[in-house]
Design a protein around this ligand. Structure first.
Ligand code: DOR
Ligand code: ZN
Ligand code: ZN
Length: 435
């Protein structure tokens, strides 16, 4: 029988069920046993570890359902190790990797190959999407060990594009009802049309695509998840669709919440992403309608400085190490509550993607924990980042709230500014029955 290992985290402030609670937290092996005031170890444990965490606030580990880990094929930008190390440094204990790799993850074989690589290298838990192509609807739908289907309705980094109705409807119809269809929603014809006029992906590209996809989801009854929503109007369309019973959820990304087109001017290629940063009314619109947003995901999309400074800079912004500090700063500024942060970045993503072990501090869940000092003010910087790209568009910004420790399945995996988990500690997530 496996030895039972008990750990007591003493004196922290926990975020449980949307409330702040000063309590001790007991962990047995990989899972949370329970919490309470002045917990004493149960009598069957004659050996246990106690960790003093007074002064720290404990949130569930974050679940980021939108990350580009670049492996296989672009390991010079990121790989499963550097990307998951960046995740842990940002308190993200579960990442979902996107399939726009080289080769793309679009078949049984390519998914298996990526799983082998991630199993060897990941330091945080992970899931992988299967990408849709013009002709893989049946195969993609059969890959039940992918966490969801990703469709690019408009082209972006990589070769994945499903811009024809025939293939789109085939994917929607083939996808099991309990599986999420996550979509990069920009209308390809509109993207091309405006490019010819010298305009880079104006808001109408996203709005057209979102309206169209909502109709497809309504017609087919499938669960549509719209990635990185950037405009006020899309949030209105999504809300109206939800009200008439369409199965739709959506995410926003920190760069669209914090940066606008003026920042894009300032940042040059480092502010280039798809969909692009928007004007101030759309940026503030996302904040004003956060109640219509289901989750926040980074869309961590690293590219090297050399690539960004080339004549043809690729689109994409890294975000794993900056999302939580930004959100905690929003809490300090009174723009959202700590419970909102937990809900947007842990509880809801875990619930929507059927991860029964993840997403909240509750008995029997995995002990995936984020320990932060809510009062420490510091400055985001390019120095010391774990992501291989080595830069952040937020360098120089003062933030309040700093990660002190991260725990994953009962083990401390990050402390004192260092990742201490070994490559391969990360496991592939298990999805439960549809919730
Ligand atoms: O800006 C983006 N970068 N948008 C995407 O859709 C893809 C991503 C990437 O992979 O670089
Ligand atoms: Zn995208
Ligand atoms: Zn993306």
């Amino acid at each position: 029988m496996r030895a039972m290992q008990l750990t007591l985290l003493k004196g922290g402030q926990l975020v449980v069920e949307g409330q702040l609670l000063t309590a001790d937290l007991a962990i047995v092996n990989e899972r949370i046993l329970g919490y309470g005031a002045d917990l004493a170890p149960p009598p069957e444990f004659n050996q246990f570890d106690t960790v003093d965490v007074s002064g720290l606030t404990i949130l569930p580990g974050l679940v980021d359902v939108h990350v580009h880990l670049r492996e296989p094929g672009a390991e010079h930008k990121e790989d499963f190790l550097s990307g998951t190390r960046a995740a842990l440094a940002g308190c993200v204990t579960t990442v979902f990797g996107m399939p726009n790799t080289t080769p793309t993850i679009t078949t049984r074989t390519s998914l298996d190959q990526a799983i082998v690589l991630a199993d060897e290298k990941a330091v945080c838990d992970f899931g992988l999407y299967v990408g849709g192509t013009q002709d893989n609807a049946d195969e993609a739908a059969s890959l039940s060990d992918a966490v969801g289907l990703k469709l690019y309705i408009g082209s972006s980094t990589g070769d994945l594009l499903v811009d024809q109705f025939e293939a789109q409807i085939a994917h929607f119809m083939a996808t099991p009802l309990d599986r999420i269809i996550a979509v990069h929603a920009e209308d390809e014809a509109a993207v091309r049309h405006y490019a010819k006029q010298g305009q880079r992906r104006p808001p109408i590209c996203a709005k057209l695509s979102t309206a169209y996809l909502l109709t497809l989801a309504e017609q087919t009854g499938r669960h549509l998840h719209i990635c990185h929503v950037t405009t006020r109007d899309e949030l209105t369309l999504i809300r109206q669709a939800k009200e008439r019973g369409v199965r739709v959820t959506c995410e926003v990304s920190p760069h669209h919440l914090w940066l606008n087109t003026q920042d894009e001017q300032r940042l040059g290629p480092y502010g280039r992403c798809n969909p692009p940063l928007r004007d101030e009314p759309d940026r503030t619109g996302l904040w004003e309608h956060l109640d219509g947003v289901d989750l926040i995901a980074t869309d961590h999309a690293p590219h090297t400085r050399a690539e960004k400074e080339s004549g043809t800079p690729p689109a994409g912004i890294p975000g794993l190490e900056t999302m939580l500090p930004l959100l905690l700063t929003a809490v300090t500024e009174g723009r959202m509550s700590l419970a909102d942060v937990v809900s947007f970045t842990a509880t809801r993503p875990a619930h929507l993607f059927n991860l029964p072990d993840k997403g909240s501090i509750r008995p029997n869940k995995h002990a995936d924990l984020t320990l932060v000092d809510l009062n420490e003010t510091w400055t985001l910087s390019d120095d010391g980042l774990e992501t291989r790209c080595g830069w952040t568009p937020f360098a120089g910004m003062d933030v309040t709230g700093r990660v002190k420790q991260v725990w994953l399945r009962g083990q401390c995996v990050y402390r004192e500014g260092s990742v201490v988990a070994e490559p391969g500690y990360g496991q592939r997530v298990q999805q439960g029955q549809a919730g």
